[in-house]
Design a binder for this molecule. Structure first.
Ligand code: ADP
Ligand code: MG
Length: 468
């Protein structure tokens, strides 16, 4: 095997950098890898100079595997290259201690911070809220009623009701919108409250920047002085950046929580499904209230389209809106995209909209939601198990109170989760009339809107039946 000199190691590193940029989180890349210095490669061990102890620990713990594999790929080696990190004096000024990046234990910055404040100030600045993401613009329906109610509650009395509020859903179903709506409402109701909205990715970026520039005290105090902290896409911390950033987030969270500051977190999955190393963080996340956003049904999709078309100042026939809502099922973002394209077409062409034209415009957005579609049999079986009653009784003639309520719940779920008509559902439930199903549906809907316990029950059942 040929020996590689320092010069070779530089070439190798230069070739590896663009690959690494795609393979590690960009916070890590910009913060540490871009300026790291290849020191030596002896054919076995690649020595990388990094700016400080923190960078060393961070990279060793989380990224040396991918760096080693990338170098091996370039060298066409079977085995990953061994990576050694060395703190290199020539690189950025190292922080004064060897602590890990918990904001509580972050290195204390020197008395005179080195970088110019103007240059880095922006990086610690919060992301402004999107003015469109308000409660007024948020259509409330069964798919989001619970999360919406929890959000309003939190905005009215931050830090005093549900803490943290954990919102989760698949992509494009309104997490960011709801979170920012909370932020807007807090600002309206409590003019002195400091609201910070930050994506988890940005949080990690800020952390890395702060450490690199010896501005950790600023980072810490910034998050300490926040009254309502909205952290979006927390799965990023769990999956991309690893234990150090989890730890940092955990400490920030604890500080806020212990001083009764409100924390709202959004994620693409429930806390129990997050790939967290830190179990204490998981249990903290589960400590408050967990609310999910589900796929909107067809009526809700139409209502959302109506509202958006109105906001765009475009009037569109019910038939067109129904067509879009039927075809675009995958998520609300896609629904919006489809509608905006149709609006653009209308304003550009000043033509009468034909069904064909709409079909064509929305083709790229067409998509089904991919949640599991429960069958009537599954619903009846599941509700019988959950509410401890007999499946045969559910479908039989009995009218005692013990069976009527579970049957009404099952009918409600059947209407919500399947495409069967009222008549079909009635027939399935022991040849009952469609008006009986309608009555059951209305009764449960009313309770869902007015009784938190029923809302919880139905919410959980829906989630389980959809396999979420
Ligand atoms: P997520 O953060 O879950 O990926 P977003 O909050 O970005 O989803 O929502 C995607 C788009 O759908 C946004 O433009 C948002 O305004 C819109 N949207 C989501 N839920 C609703 C709702 N209930 N009513 C109106 N618009 C919504
Ligand atoms: Mg989002």
């Amino acid at each position: 095997m040929p020996e590689h000199t320092g010069a070779d190691s530089k070439d190798l590193w230069r070739t590896a950098l663009p690959l690494l940029a795609e393979r590690v989180g960009h916070a890590t890349f910009d913060g540490f890898l871009r300026d790291a210095e290849p020191l030596n490669y002896d054919g076995e061990t690649f020595v990388l100079g990094v700016p400080n102890q923190f960078a060393k620990a961070w990279l060793e713990e989380r990224h040396s595997g991918v760096i080693g594999a990338t170098l091996a790929e370039l060298l066409q080696h079977q085995e990953p290259v061994r990576i050694e990190m060395q703190v290199s004096e020539g690189l950025a000024a190292p922080p004064s201690s060897e602590q890990l990046p918990c904001p509580e234990a972050l290195p204390i910055p020197p008395a005179t911070p080195s970088p110019s404040p103007a240059q880095t100030y922006d990086q610690l600045d919060p992301t402004p809220l999107n003015p469109r993401y308000t409660f007024d613009n948020f259509v409330v329906a069964d798919c989001n009623r619970f999360a919406h109610a929890a959000g309003i509650q939190v905005a009215k009395s931050p830090g005093k009701s549900y803490n943290p509020l954990f919102i989760h859903s698949k992509v494009g179903l309104g997490k960011t919108h709801l979170m920012q709506a909370i932020g807007h409402m807090v600002q309206e109701l409590h003019s002195n409250a400091r609201v910070v909205y930050v994506s988890a990715e940005n949080f990690v970026n800020q952390l890395i920047t702060a450490i690199r520039d010896n501005r950790t005290a600023e980072f810490r105090s910034k998050y300490r002085s926040v009254d309502v902290c909205l952290v979006d896409d927390i799965q990023f911390i769990a999956e991309i950046e690893g234990p150090h950033s989890e730890e940092a987030f955990f400490h920030t969270f604890n500080t806020l929580y212990q001083t009764n500051k409100q924390v709202v977190i959004a994620s693409d999955r429930a806390p129990r499904h997050l790939q967290l190393m830190n179990e204490r963080l998981r249990s903290r996340l589960e400590m408050g209230i967990i609310a999910d956003l589900r796929y909107p049904d067809i009526e809700t999709r139409i209502a959302i389209l109506e509202k958006k078309a109105h906001a765009e100042g475009v009037s569109m026939s019910r038939q067109i809106l129904e067509l879009i809502a039927t075809e675009v099922e995958s998520n609300i973002r896609a629904l919006e995209g489809a509608l905006l394209n149709v609006c653009a077409y209308v304003s550009l062409n000043a033509l009468e909209l034909t069904t064909d034209a709409v079909e064509q415009i929305i083709a790229p957005y067409r998509g089904r939601s991919n949640h599991h579609r429960a069958t009537l049999d599954e619903i009846v079986k599941y509700v019988s198990e959950q509410m401890s009653c007999n499946t045969d009784d559910m479908l039989g003639p009995k009218r005692s109170q013990e069976i009527v309520w579970p049957r009404q719940v099952a009918m409600y779920l059947a209407r919500e989760l399947t495409d069967n008509s009222l008549a079909e559902i009635g027939r399935f439930f022991g040849r009952r009339d469609h008006t009986t199903v309608m009555h059951a549906y209305n009764k449960v809907s009313n309770l869902v809107a007015n009784d938190e316990k029923v809302l919880w029950l139905i919410n959980d059942m829906k989630g389980a039946l959809r396999g979420e």
